[in-house]
Ligand binder design. Structure first.
Ligand code: GLU
Length: 290
């Protein structure tokens, strides 16, 4: 991808951006594969080609699955590919108080509610509508009355969900821009009342990512097409929290030789495996649809 030769007027009417601040934001739950290399390279080139900044953020809120050894491996893989990053590495596990404050604001606005449902409850809910990532939450706990909520909060640690209808009533219609797909009307109902704070870790990907993209001044989010739909809810969270909206570049996913999307478990496709097999960074880069 080359640096775009046009400038999109940004959603929030901020001044035109010419030095792009991009980030690579992996979760250290496994080894990087060629799909990650593709994301990181695109983001790095966009930043370096415009005299901007390329940031590395470790998205390690899920303490049960993240391992420091994978963070070390991520840095080694990026260095092997020749990708350097600017400034200190951010770690989401060190920012829980900031996410808790953002959640508290949403609760205060009346756009978040506690949810006591288990995965099994949600799967069992009859006729639960399906979104691109599986069943959409049917809204069971949205309807709990105040007394029931207080009683359950006294004994149970809840997850917190975004009340999308209440949130949209506050913000009105929203849009966001994707470099390839153009302007998108935000449709957060597609994913429904997403979790914004998990029961076990006190925050969730959607909330942490919008808070951090804004806190780091990210102008351009470069990531895989698998997160395209998630952007609708992220746009809504930005509007609620008064955060600027970056531009988005959702790139095609890298597939294996059987046409399946790479996953962290595809051991043969990890960058470490390519390196151990004696292949060069140039070969990895040449294998990507750049
Ligand atoms: N941490 C996410 C992942 O590893 C990426 C988040 C993003 O780029 O917005 O899939």
């Amino acid at each position: 991808m080359t640096v775009p030769d046009f400038v999109v007027d940004n959603v929030d009417k901020s001044p035109v951006i010419t030095r792009f601040i991009t980030r690579f934001a992996p979760s250290p739950t496994g080894l990087l594969h060629r799909g990650h290399a593709f994301s990181a390279l695109l983001a790095w080139r966009l930043a370096r080609g415009s005299g901007g900044r390329f940031l590395l953020r470790i998205e390690d809120i899920d303490t049960t699955r993240c391992r420091p050894a994978f963070e070390t491996a991520i840095k080694a893989d990026l260095a092997w590919l020749g990708l350097d990053w600017d400034g200190p590495v951010w770690r989401q596990s060190q920012r829980s108080a900031i996410y808790a404050a953002a959640l508290a604001r949403l609760v205060e606005m009346g756009v978040a509610y506690p949810c006591f449902c288990t995965r099994a409850d949600i799967a069992a809910a009859a006729g639960a509508p399906h979104g691109p990532d599986g069943p959409v939450y049917p809204g069971t706990c949205r309807g709990l009355d105040a007394a029931a909520r207080v009683a359950r909060l006294a004994t149970q640690q809840p997850a917190w969900r975004l009340d999308v209808a209440a949130a949209l009533a506050r913000t009105g219609p929203l849009r966001w821009h994707d470099h390839d797909a153009g302007w998108q009307p935000a449709d957060p109902q597609m994913l429904g009342d997403i979790v914004i704070a998990r029961r076990d870790v006190g925050t969730a990907y959607a909330l942490a990512v919008v808070v951090d993209d804004a806190a780091q001044g990210v102008t351009d989010v470069v990531r895989g097409r698998d997160l395209f739909e998630a952007t609708h809810s992220q746009r809504l969270l930005q509007a609620l929290l008064g955060l600027p909206t970056p531009r988005y570049h959702h790139h095609p996913l890298i597939l294996d030789s059987d046409g399946r999307r790479l996953a962290k478990r595809s051991a043969a496709e990890t960058l470490a495996a390519w390196r151990e097999a004696g292949r060069s960074p140039a070969e990895v880069i040449a294998s990507l649809p750049l």
